[in-house]
Design a protein around this ligand. Sequence first.
Ligand code: ZN
Length: 138
Amino acid sequence: MINAQYINHIGVAVKSIEAARAFYERTLGLKFEGIEEVPEQKVKVAFFSCGQTRIELLEPTTPDSTVAQFIEKRGEGIHHLAYTVDNLQERIDQLKAQGIRMIDEKPRKGAHHNDIAFIHPKSSAGILTEICEPKKNL
Ligand code: ZN
C-alpha cells in the first residue's frame, strides 16, 4: 500500500488543445494555467486547475507519440490518472516488491517539474496510472 494522497491530475488525450480548451475554460470555468511542451513524451500539455487537482490536456506533437497512438486506437478521452505520493523511489520499490508491473522503475521528469512514474495498465485494472511527487517550493 503506497498511501496515494489525492488525484494530482487527470490526463486527457485530445487531438487539439485549441479545440478542447473552450470547454474546460469557458464552459466548466476552470482556471487555465498555461501550456508546456514535454519533448520526452512528444506532447504539448495544457493545464487547468480544479481545486488541488489539475486537468491536463495532452496533444501529441508527432504521429509516433504514445498519445497519438492512444487516440488512434481509442479516440479522445481519459488517458491516465495521476496520484500524489511522497518518496517516489521508495513507492516504486514498494510496488515492485508487491509484484506490480512498472513502466518506470526510476522516477522521471513530468510536466510542472514533478517527478513521476507510470504503473503498467496490466497491473492497474486497465487505466494507465501515474504516481507523482510534486516538486516542493515551486
Ligand atoms: Zn500525468
